[in-house]
Design a protein around this ligand. Sequence first.
Ligand SMILES: [Cu+2]
Length: 216
Amino acid sequence: MKSAAFHFLRVGLAITFLWIGILIFKNPEAWSGYLQPWAAGLLPIPMAQVMIGTAILDIIIGVFLLIDFLPWLAAFVGAVHLVIVLTVSGITDITVRDIGLLAAMLALMIDSLPSPFATEQVVTFTDTGYSPNTLIIKNGETVVFKNQSSRTMWPASAMHPTHREYPTTGGCLGSTFDACKGVQPSDSWSFKFDFIGAWKYHDHLNPGNTGTIIVQ
Ligand SMILES: [Cu+2]
């Protein structure tokens, strides 16, 4: 998740939906012509209100996607909207584009769905080091580093001493994958992994103790 491809798709679809929303808003009558007569006959409220509502919905979807706010929900509503458009407008010259947009929306939704199965994974720190030494997790999962040793623990991204290997900034030294302080025996420190890769870490107080979190 949150790869460059996700952001290209998110911003591209945001521009498309904002743009179409504004176009419909400026000229609702022209766009209502795409509705098949059978679909127009089903409307419980006047056509002009339906088109204004559609314009507002498209703009809201566009704004949500643009600011990366609940992108899975915006993409879901956008995909439902496109299915309705494909259904009520029949096969026209622009159908081909709506199919592509629908596929892109579904891809965006699937990629940004919050995982209901996201669980906590545990790495235990003992006097002999981190266990398991290599832990494989799914992207978005949280790892709890539990200190069950007799000394203070400080997990942090490779490389010692700069801690810059994990690709975030804003930590105390480099990456945010950094406890930034000693964690006392029987305490723990948690970190949520959002980037796919093999992330090496070490104990900042005892850099010989290392481990790897593989995020898939
Ligand atoms: Cu270090």
